[in-house]
Design a protein. Structure first.
Length: 104
């Protein structure tokens, strides 16, 4: 089993600035499963409680992936975040976080 680990660049109030932000991400595996490198990643955000989703971009790195989302014009909104990762061995994980952070 894979578990997403996201380093959301939020302040102490769980808020990020408006504009484009990069969220470094990696996966952690359960004991007994040596996870492979991330070979595919997707990220989506929603500012309307999950009614609609906007896909961001991803950049695979040697330690995981950078998730890039754009919050231009989203000041004052709450953001839900959905991620999906696949490792080199074919294991997949999807996670949705409701109200992951706010945009200031």
């Amino acid at each position: 089993m894979l578990m997403p680990r996201l380093d959301i660049p939020a302040d102490g109030l769980k808020a990020v600035p408006a504009g484009s932000i990069t969220i470094p991400a990696r996966v952690q595996a359960n004991p007994g499963y040596p996870a492979g490198a991330i070979v595919e990643a997707h990220v989506w955000t929603s500012t309307d409680g999950g009614a609609t989703w906007v896909e961001g971009t991803t950049n695979l790195t040697s330690s995981g992936t950078d998730l890039v989302v754009d919050h231009t014009g989203d000041s004052g909104k709450q953001v839900s975040l959905r991620v999906e990762f696949t490792d080199a061995k074919g294991a997949k994980v999807s996670q949705t976080i409701t109200r992951a952070y706010d945009v200031r």
